[in-house]
Design a protein around this ligand. Sequence first.
Ligand SMILES: N[C@@H](CCC(=O)N[C@@H](CS)C(=O)NCC(=O)O)C(=O)O
Length: 206
Amino acid sequence: MNGQLILHEDARSGNCYKIRLTAAHLDVPLTRRNYDIMAGETRTPEFLASVNANGRIPVLQIGDRFLPESNAACFWLADGSHLIPADRFARADMLRWMFWEQYNHEPSVATLRFWRAFVGEENLSEAQRGQLGAKQAGGEAALALMDEQLGRTAWLAGEAFSLADIALYAYTHVAGEGGFDLSTYPNVQRWVADVAGLPAHVLMAG
Ligand SMILES: N[C@@H](CCC(=O)N[C@@H](CS)C(=O)NCC(=O)O)C(=O)O
């Protein structure tokens, strides 16, 4: 009905992994097209003109239409499925966690992973080095908030696994690569194991 689904991605990116994990839970096949973001492959004139004018992956291509932004792509895939709560409040609460992920979690937890595990601290600019402390504190505050929620409910948006868990699992389970100690957050650790134990789970490097 929607033609072929193509994921434009860099397989090392947690934002791209969110879409693969959502598709796995829905048993939806994706064709994968890889770009090396470290080599600027999402900044070429061709990519900007035909895939995403914002110069970033992931982009989910649905037939001849292109949908950037990881959480929007997950939402498109999961619309009407068990990954989105039927209850109106729970559905909005799921979105709350996904917006929060983009504003309060990903900019610290994912950026520090990118800087420390891929760029290397010795290669950071002066300005980036100056942000290390604030990003560490921001990431710790985000993980603490998740830990508080997951001490009260099984999953982030209540008692059912949802897109909120997928969106936040992507970078949380590899937060150690960014210099965060997940053993400080026992409820997050329990939840990471629960997500990874679901039958449809796929690994990030898969
Ligand atoms: N808010 C976007 C973030 C996309 C993003 O930052 N993508 C990064 C990789 S995770 C990227 O493409 N970086 C390459 C570049 O900026 O040149 C999303 O959730 O999809």
